[in-house]
Design a protein around this ligand. Structure first.
Ligand code: FDA
Length: 306
């Protein structure tokens, strides 16, 4: 009961435009620096380099929410291009993750595609790969359509996306995306029973189904989870089906389960950490607190120490 109340409070806060806007001026607060790699590219690249030294690859995400004008979307796209340049210049091992709403999906679809093409051109130039994060269900089909357009019409093969196991349609979508590098996740948004499983066990079962589907189709698969039960099942699955280690990777979020990250590296698995950064950190931080109420304790500790 308390967990569900706190979850809803954090999700509400994550969507509150005023709070998100105000937080941009605060700098990282409430312990957010444990899960957000600073507010600028320099601090993020420094953290990526430290993770690389531990055998961990990264994907950088420049945080940005509530984009409602073409100007903001163009700025966000430009910042993503700069991030790709900074990573190349620093010689770090990191991809890029992008949310389509940040580069104008809610403003103008065609403009968003144009922005994405700019980012993908820069990524191609630097030999890099861009993963399109999956947002809420309202943007789901649009995201898949844009991915298809980018790959099939414009010929970019350095782009993939994310499929959420809580969606009833996830299995079908993974089948239709055979051959495309995907990140598979449980799903982070609050969706209706019409489109998404509500029971954790159903989500976990479907997660394993889609992981197996993508792996056995020979496609590169990123399994993004902090759930040690799922990680253990994936290890069994790859052993059982002799899936080569270079066909999959585990992904975890920066600051979460660092013990698990390092033990997977020691076992010889590819590990990639998703590293968010930027002054628009508040919504991301609130969603992480909503996901796992235990995280509140470190937020409170951070709050007390500021
Ligand atoms: P879940 O939160 O269900 O936890 C299962 C169990 O694992 C817990 O009961 C506990 O035992 C253990 N556990 C989990 N976290 C722990 C911790 N911190 N410490 C100790 N034990 C812990 N979502 C989305 O909709 N779109 C996206 O694009 C992405 N992208 C993305 C990238 C990456 C790299 C990750 C890791 C996740 C995402 N997500 C996402 C979020 C994802 O959908 C999901 O909401 C979270 O990962 C939480 O689900 P988990 O699978 O981690 O386990």
């Amino acid at each position: 009961m308390m967990a569900s109340i706190s979850k809803n409070v954090f999700l509400y806060a994550s969507r509150n435009g005023l709070l998100n806007h105000a937080a941009k001026k605060w700098g990282l607060k409430f312990g957010a620096s444990q899960v957000v790699a600073g507010v600028n590219i320099e601090s993020a690249v420094k953290i990526v380099r430290e993770l690389n030294q531990q055998g961990i690859a990264c994907t950088l995400d420049h945080l940005g929410e509530f984009v409602s004008s073409k100007e903001e979307a163009a700025q966000a796209a430009e910042y993503n291009v700069k991030t790709l340049e900074a990573m190349a210049e620093a010689g770090v091992d990191s991809q890029l993750s992008v949310k389509l709403t940040q580069i104008g999906l809610d403003v103008d679809r065609a403009f968003c595609v144009e922005n994405m093409r700019r980012i993908l051109e820069a990524a191609k130039w630097h030999g890099n790969f861009v993963q399109i994060d999956m947002e809420d269900y309202a943007h789901y089909q649009l995201t898949l359509d844009i991915l298809k357009e980018l790959r099939d019409v414009y010929g970019y093969n350095n782009v993939g996306t994310v499929i959420q196991a809580y969606l009833h349609r996830a299995g079908q979508d993974v089948k239709s995306l055979k051959g495309i590098p995907l990140r598979l996740v449980k799903g982070a948004y609050k969706e209706s029973a019409k489109v998404a499983y509500q029971d954790k066990r159903d989500v976990d079962d479907n997660f394993l189904v889609i992981i197996k589907e993508h792996l056995l189709s020979g496609s590169y698969t990123a399994i993004a989870t902090h759930d040690h039960h799922i990680i253990a099942r994936v290890k069994e699955l790859v052993k059982e089906h002799s899936i080569p280690f270079d066909q999959f990777e585990f992904q975890l979020l920066y600051g979460f389960r660092t013990d698990v990250q390092l033990s997977l590296v020691r076992e010889g698995c590819n590990v990639r950490v998703y590293v968010p950064f930027g002054d628009d950190w508040f919504g991301y931080f609130m969603r992480r607190l909503a996901e796992r109420p235990q995280n509140v304790s470190f937020a409170l500790k951070g709050f007390m120490s500021k």
